[in-house]
Structure formats: structure tokens, C-alpha cells
Design a protein around this ligand. Structure first.
Ligand code: S3P
Length: 436
């Protein structure tokens, strides 16, 4: 990657939201008839969810981002043991745990969930423990708390679960299990994480008690769902890479159309504004399902910013690229309350510290975030001998450092750029086209 500092301009086509695309694939297992999604993200991660529901008997037609899914006939489920490879995807794994725990008929079929090395090192006890307290039959096959695990059907009962981490994946697992549990399930402390599960369930005719709101959620099961038809908005976590680039490079102005404006995902836009970028949102539409609109971000003289715990869930996946933004903002930026970043696809606090230090950033690693002093002209190597950044196989570290390369005075290369396909195949081509 050649250093450029060249402005980015125009409309960037950002693919569909990853969280909603996972749910649009997985929730066909709950539906009573044909479901449809438009703008569906086809990436390595979301294809894991799609392959999983196919393996469980769903019929899928998938063309140009349009997905049509027919739920499986439960009387024709295979028996014995079925292996599902969840790849790199925490969302596939954790949502499937909740969904299958009470959906699989007891006694007939066991499902083994496995994943790649990164996913196998991530904590699963956060979903398995509360699901077991609802009666779920889940066994770890190798190491306690980790994939691979084996799920069998069981009669679930409602429970009061308290979320110890503000995680949408854990909350969703509980709600999905509650649909097939008898009695009332209450999920406490659920308010602050993304609410795509609650919204898609509402489209399917299931009202989650307490939603919308920031307090406890509840469901009285068992409940039957209808079907859904959804338009998947552009993913704000993917859009953020370009939007930060536009904010940092003078003369830039980028527009993303149909971007999700879901409040639980809008934190990065708020930070961009606080940091001095110009952010204009127009053509809001799509509420009460998933709100979307057009977002234009232009360069603005930057200033340091702070992000604390309450805001973290609304921008958790954008933190690596916001760390890059902080290197260009005059003053001391402080990001705290983000310890969850240590258990993502990599330890993102450590990975970004190492990567940004390597190109000369003034960054201090904290247990739960970073202290970053800017502005720094980031360094690099020559075209013949670039500085090579280890991105530990993590798609968001790769994209964040590709954007850092745009404001570096030397050449930066990544040791792996294929992993961007986990959430954003085509990222580099779109970035290249936006540079004028
Ligand atoms: C996701 C929730 C978040 C996020 C992940 C996708 C989801 O994880 O980081 O990329 O689709 O529910 P947590 O629920 O662990 O915070």
C-alpha cells in the first residue's frame, strides 16, 4: 500500500450489515413460511450462518444479495450427528447455541459446532452457562468454555438471566432459547447492546417485552414465529473505515447510502462529529424496522476525543479504526471501558497497540482501551521494503491499518489481506476507487 494522503470522494457502496445478515439467515429456523432478505451481506462469516441453516434442512435461493429461505420440515431432520463449521464467526456460534438448544427435538440429533483457531479461543461460557441453567444440553468436547461443543435437544424452562457483559450475542442467545422454553425468561441488563434480534423477531410477530427500552427484556414461551421480509441496510461498522479516512484527509467527502442508523450502532458517527469531522445525515427511513439513511462525511480540522464505557456497545467493532483517527487528532484521546475488545477475533487492544506503534503512533495500551496522543505523521518503509504489519488474521485490524496507510508518509503492507473477506469482500477495491 502506497502512502497517499490523497482525498477520498464520491459514493462508496458499502455492503449489508453483518449482524442483520446473520440473523436473516439463522431465523429461518424459527419461521413458519418463506422469508426474504434484500441487500444481504455475502461474506465468509455470514455464509457460515447460511450453510448452517442449509445443513439443518432450510432451502435457500441466493442471487445478487437477494435471499429467499424456506424453513426446514422438522419431521425430516437428519438423525445422528451433524457437524457445523462456524469458521471465524462468534455470532453464528452464539446465536446457534441459543436457537438450537430448545429447537432440536430431544434425542434425535446432535449438532457439533466447531470453528477456526481464533473462534476456538473465544469464551463460550457466557452463552453456555445461562443456557444450561434453562436446561440446555451442551457439552464441551475438548476444553471447558470453548469450541468444539456438542448440542442436543432438551426441554427448556424459562429463567431469570443477568448479562454480565453488554453483549448482543449473549442476549440474543437467551431470547432465542426462550422462544422454545416453557414459562417466562427475563434477561436483565440487556438494554445497551444492539437490538437487531428484538427488531427481526418483532417483524416475525414476536414482541419481546421491555423492548424498545434500556431495561430488562422478557418472553413467555413457547412461542411460534411468523416470517420476515427485510431490507438489510449498509453496515455502519464497514462504512466507518471509509468515513474515518474521509475525516482525516483534507479535501475528502464521502457518501454512504442506505446506512444503518440504528441507535445502538451509531456511536462512531457521534465520535466523528465530536472529533471535528462534518457529518450530514439525510433521507432517514425504515423505522420501526431497521432505520437507515444517507450519510456524508467530510474532512474537518480534527481534535482529540474521549470514549467511555456507556458508549462502547454502540461502536465496539469500530474501535480499531477510531484508534487510527485518534493518531491524527491534536491532543490526548482516551478510550476506556472497552475490555470486551480483548476477546474479539483477536485481542484488539493489544493488536492495534503493536500495529500503530510499529508505524510511529504515540499510543499507550490500557487494560480497557488506549491513550493516544496526536497528531502523528505515521511512518512506513519504502515501496521496495514496506513496513509489514502483523494483523493476526483479524479482518478489522487489517482494514484499520489499510486506512492508517493512507495517512502514512511511507509504505505499509499487511501480512494477510484475505481475512477482510470475513466481513467485507471487496474492501480494498472499493477503497482504491474512492481515492481521487
Ligand atoms: C454482534 C455483537 C457484538 C459485535 C459482533 C456482532 C452481533 O458482539 O462485536 O461483531 O451480531 O450480535 P458482542 O455481542 O459480543 O458484543
Amino acid at each position: 500500500m502506497q502512502a497517499a494522503n490523497a482525498p477520498l470522494r464520491g459514493v462508496v457502496p458499502v455492503p449489508g450489515d453483518k449482524s442483520i445478515s446473520h440473523r436473516a439467515a439463522l431465523f429461518v429456523l424459527l419461521a413458519n413460511t418463506r422469508c426474504r432478505a434484500r441487500g444481504w451481506l455475502e461474506s465468509q462469516d455470514t455464509l457460515c450462518s447460511l450453510e448452517a441453516v442449509k445443513a439443518l434442512g432450510a432451502q435457500v435461493i441466493h442471487e445478487n444479495g437477494a435471499l429467499e429461505l424456506v424453513p426446514p420440515d422438522l419431521s425430516e431432520l437428519p438423525s445422528g450427528s451433524l457437524s457445523i463449521d462456524c469458521g471465524n464467526s462468534g455470532t453464528t456460534t452464539r446465536l446457534l447455541c441459543g436457537l438450537l438448544a430448545g429447537w432440536l427435538p430431544p434425542g434425535d440429533l446432535e449438532v457439533v459446532l466447531s470453528g477456526d483457531a481464533s473462534l476456538s479461543s473465544r469464551p463460550m461460557g457466557r452463552v453456555v452457562d445461562p443456557l444450561r441453567s434453562m436446561g440446555a444440553d451442551i457439552q464441551y468436547l475438548e476444553k471447558d468454555g470453548h469450541l468444539p461443543l456438542c448440542l442436543a435437544g432438551a426441554d427448556l424452562h424459562g429463567e431469570v438471566c443477568r448479562l454480565n457483559v453488554p453483549s448482543a450475542q449473549v442476549k440474543s442467545a437467551m431470547l432465542l432459547a426462550a422462544l422454545n422454553a416453557s414459562g417466562k425468561t427475563v434477561v436483565r441488563g440487556a438494554g445497551s447492546s444492539r437490538d437487531h434480534t428484538e427488531r427481526l423477531l418483532a417483524t416475525m410477530g414476536i414482541d419481546v417485552g421491555g423492548f424498545p427500552g434500556t431495561g430488562d427484556l422478557d418472553l413467555v414461551g413457547p412461542l411460534k414465529a411468523g416470517s420476515y421480509e427485510v431490507q438489510v441496510p449498509a453496515d455502519p461498522s464497514s462504512a466507518a473505515f471509509y468515513q474515518v479516512a474521509a475525516a482525516m484527509i483534507e479535501g475528502s467527502c464521502l457518501r454512504v447510502e442506505n446506512q444503518s442508523l440504528n441507535e445502538g450502532r451509531a456511536g462512531a458517527l457521534a465520535v466523528l462529529k465530536r472529533a471535528g469531522a462534518k457529518v450530514v445525515v439525510s433521507a432517514r427511513r425504515g423505522a420501526p424496522g431497521e432505520e437507515m439513511g444517507d450519510v456524508e462525511v467530510s474532512f474537518g480540522p480534527l481534535r482529540a476525543f474521549q470514549i467511555g464505557a456507556p458508549e462502547i456497545p454502540s461502536l465496539i467493532d469500530e474501535l480499531p479504526i477510531l484508534a487510527v483517527l485518534a493518531t491524527q487528532a491534536p491532543g490526548v484521546s482516551l478510550i476506556t471501558g472497552a475490555e470486551e475488545l480483548r476477546v474479539k477475533e483477536s485481542d484488539r487492544i493489544a493488536a492495534m497497540t503493536v500495529a500503530l506503534k510499529k508505524v510511529g503512533a504515540d499510543i499507550e495500551e490500557l487494560s480497557d482501551g488506549w491513550r493516544i496522543t496526536g497528531p502523528t505523521v505515521l511512518s512506513g518503509g519504502t515501496v521496495e521494503q514496506p513496513v509489514i504489519i502483523g494483523i493476526v488474521g483479524d479482518h478489522r485490524i487489517a482494514m484499520a491499518m489499510a486506512v492508517a496507510a493512507l495517512v502514512s508518509e511511507g509504505t505499509i503492507a499487511l501480512d494477510d489481506d484475505e481475512c477482510v473477506g470475513v466481513s467485507y469482500p471487496g474492501f480494498f477495491q472499493t477503497l482504491e476507487r474512492a481515492i481521487k
